[in-house]
Design a protein around this ligand. Structure first.
Ligand code: FAD
Length: 371
């Protein structure tokens, strides 16, 4: 990869040295430096000079994009994407089952692939030659009866989803709300604010000024609102608050800490608005505001994201590191008949489709008769 990149300085700065060094050398302005740095911190609890370089990997994942660094939105939302996958799978003859929690996987003798036995909470059992697991590696380890990964994965974000009757007015009257919210709306994400928030969270405190970013997907694609709301002025607003590691919420007082964290995040957003966001929230039939919040621990409980880590595990370099990995698909496990097909694969993380493709290729390779 180093040779392919062909730029020693870029390789050193991005793959060998903490990202802070590059940012501090190239970007003098505190605000601009912070905005660039956020790509290194999404879902990742790290200082920008962290010696593990997990922040460098997070940065690379976010700027790789489809080769351009652009972040794409599926038209119609993620539901449209999964509906497309469902249709393709059905066309190919797949039988789909949802709501079937897997509670155990027996990989059998497994010498050269299968059979593997999968049991569900409903008491069903499935036998197959190969198993492709979309769950996080830590969840897979639990289902196989293997020891959990050490250290345990940890996510670091508070997520707020809102439906608004209209966009809020901004303190800065020189920008329209529609212009400001098209793309990523950065709030309190200067470099020094990010550093302060990290050290407060590392010492067990909810950051005093919460760095966050907001995305208004309905400005790009009104179809996600559905026909009823699409004709109104309604907008979706999703907020991703940084430096909210799972450990902050791990005590017995989860709900109280969550309440404080949500209030701090909303106060941070309000600090750049000319009116509180609260007043723009749509209300449901019972008069409740359309706002939902998820802590990392709630993501763990609801979606099986270990420690609420949105990437399933700490991000690894998007290329083979150990000699044994070279020439393989990056989806292999210690069991020859079990593959990962989700974010836990090599070059997993995020919505890329790469692990699913690679797991399918690995099964085809395993089924090919040896020459
Ligand atoms: C708040 C948030 C914001 C994000 N923003 C972005 C973004 O902007 N761009 C981007 O690319 N990525 C983003 N991500 C990350 C992205 O969503 C994930 O990387 C992606 O969904 C991983 O896909 P996956 O299919 O590997 O796993 P998942 O989508 O996590 O799917 C795993 C599935 O396995 C199920 N499961 C778990 N345990 C069991 C079990 N025992 N039995 C049966 N089923 C089980 C879960 O319910 C889940 O449906 C975000 C994630 C979060 C949480």
């Amino acid at each position: 990869m180093r040779a392919l990149v062909g730029d020693e300085r870029a390789w050193e700065a991005l793959v060998e040295r903490p990202l802070s060094e590059l940012l501090e050398e190239l970007v003098p302005d505190d605000l601009t430096r912070g905005v660039v740095a956020t790509d290194a911190l999404i879902g990742t609890f790290a200082a920008l000079d962290d010696p593990t370089l997990v922040q460098n990997r997070c940065f690379l994942y976010h700027v790789i994009g489809g080769g351009t660094g652009n972040w794409d939105l599926p038209v119609g939302g993620m539901g449209a994407l999964s509906a497309g996958l469902v249709a393709a799978a059905r066309r190919a003859g797949a039988r789909l089952r949802t709501g079937a929690e897997v509670v155990g996987i027996d990989p059998g003798g497994g010498g050269d692939g299968g059979p593997v036995l999968v049991s569900t909470a409903g008491g069903e059992r499935f036998v197959a030659q190969h198993l492709l697991a979309g769950v996080a590696p830590a969840v897979l380890a639990g289902l196989l009866g293997d020891p959990p990964p050490d250290p345990a994965p940890e996510g670091s974000q508070l997520k707020l989803n809102m439906v608004l009757t209209r966009l809020p007015r901004l303190l800065d009257a020189s920008v329209t709300a529609a212009d400001a919210f098209t793309g990523t709306f950065h709030v309190n994400e200067s470099y020094s604010q990010l550093q302060a928030a990290h050290s407060q969270a590392a010492s067990g405190q909810i950051p005093e000024v919460v760095p966050l970013e907001a995305y208004c997907h309905s400005l790009s694609d009104r179809s996600i609102l559905g026909p009823e709301l699409a004709g109104s002025g309604a907008q979706t607003l999703t907020v991703f608050a940084l430096h909210m590691p799972a450990r902050l919420f791990a005590g017995a007082d989860h709900d109280r800490v969550k309440q404080r964290a949500v209030a701090a995040a909303l106060a941070s957003l309000d600090s750049v608005l000319a009116e509180p966001i609260e007043g723009c929230l749509m209300r449901d039939a019972l008069g409740r505001p359309c706002l939902e919040a998820h802590t990392p621990l709630e993501l763990q409980a609801e979606l099986g994201l270990p420690g609420g880590n949105i990437f399933h595990q700490p991000l690894r370099w998007p290329f083979a590191e150990a000699p044994g990995e070279v020439g393989r698909w990056g989806v292999e496990t210690a069991r020859p008949n079990v593959f990962v097909c989700g974010a836990g694969a090599r070059r997993g993380g995020g919505v890329s489709g790469i692990p699913g493709h690679n797991a399918a290729m690995a099964v085809l390779a395993a089924r090919r008769p040896a020459l």
